[in-house]
Design a protein around this ligand. Sequence first.
Ligand SMILES: NC(=O)c1ccc[n+]([C@@H]2O[C@H](COP(=O)([O-])OP(=O)(O)OC[C@H]3O[C@@H](n4cnc5c(N)ncnc54)[C@H](O)[C@@H]3O)[C@@H](O)[C@H]2O)c1
Length: 359
Amino acid sequence: MHTFNSAQYSIEVGPIEESSFNSVLLNNYAHSKIVIIVDENTHDSCLEYLLTTFDVLKEAEVMLLPAGEENKVMEVCFQVWEALSEYQIGRKDLIINLGGGVVTDMGGFIASIFKRGIDFMHIPTSLLAMVDAAIGGKTGIDLGPLKNQLGVFAHPKMIYVDPIFLGSLPAEEFLNGYAEMLKHGLIYDKALWDKLKVMNDLAQLADVETLMQCIAVKQTIVEQDPLEKAIRKVLNYGHTVGHAIEGYFMDKDPVAHGHAVAIGMLAEAHIAYKRTTLAKEAFHEIETIILQHFPMIHLEEEDITEIIRLTLHDKKNEQNKINCTLLSAIGDSMIDCFVSPEEISEALNYLTIYKINLN
Ligand SMILES: NC(=O)c1ccc[n+]([C@@H]2O[C@H](COP(=O)([O-])OP(=O)(O)OC[C@H]3O[C@@H](n4cnc5c(N)ncnc54)[C@H](O)[C@@H]3O)[C@@H](O)[C@H]2O)c1
């Protein structure tokens, strides 16, 4: 069992059966009500293992949420709050969030608002939630089409990361997690990038050591800057262009979040190699690895114009300028780089050469 300890919580990575989970529940919540929040898929694929492994959960209430980002909304929170009230859940009780990033984001938000905050734990079940969403204390929900507009910083009591849950994760969801793992390597840890870039079988990502390295990057960064005033912004690498691509195609031909972020990282790497110390060879390495797993998305000139228009509305912008994190080398990055629409246009236009080979 590998443990990260921070002032507010611990993360344990390894088989949950060998973790402190059972003893923490027995020692701290023996007289509490326990609620487990799942979505439809983690209900079917992950819940039984948890319930049959831990006797201490035999009285737990299970709350089933509809799966998917479109359900990360206030209406669903209201239903859960009403149910919590009906079950007379109080300040000494516990919520366990068993699911991907939607369940950990929304379950954390639900717990931290209810009665001004009750204890919660995360058991992330998607690769993305294990290495990213469940770590760092951001909870929240979407407001209409705007992602993560409502939320609070709140820490779970414990996070248990057990790769056993990845056994049922669909292949495309592995890719979403892989994109964020590559990001962690690119912004902060060259050795991690070097390890991840040669993984052709994504099942290899479900390895405790690799998960640990990715979690360590996120945890190290958020500990230095929990409220995202400075260095935490490095985690936004690839997300300015990536979110714009994701948002633009949402109503047309949706692009998976990880895919959009991967192409966003590539575009932002192109901008970096043109203006920072990121070497041309490093850019071409990033280009090769990303395109191996995430084919270039077909973009016409009018698509690029609209994507750039969306980057101008990014919530990370400051003084009406497009604010990106740019790489200065593989494993090193710089926050608060203002980029121009022309630079994004040049990067995306450069990448359109790939439509010939890959579409
Ligand atoms: N709080 C943060 O710091 C942070 C960081 C990154 C992302 N996020 C958020 O995380 C969310 C994305 O997370 P996600 O990719 O895990 O999405 P998700 O929770 O929607 O999970 C993806 C899909 O996989 C299914 N699933 C999850 N675990 C499974 C398992 N073990 N077996 C079978 N199916 C399983 C889910 O039901 C869902 O259909 C977004 O809402 C994003 O905003 C938050």
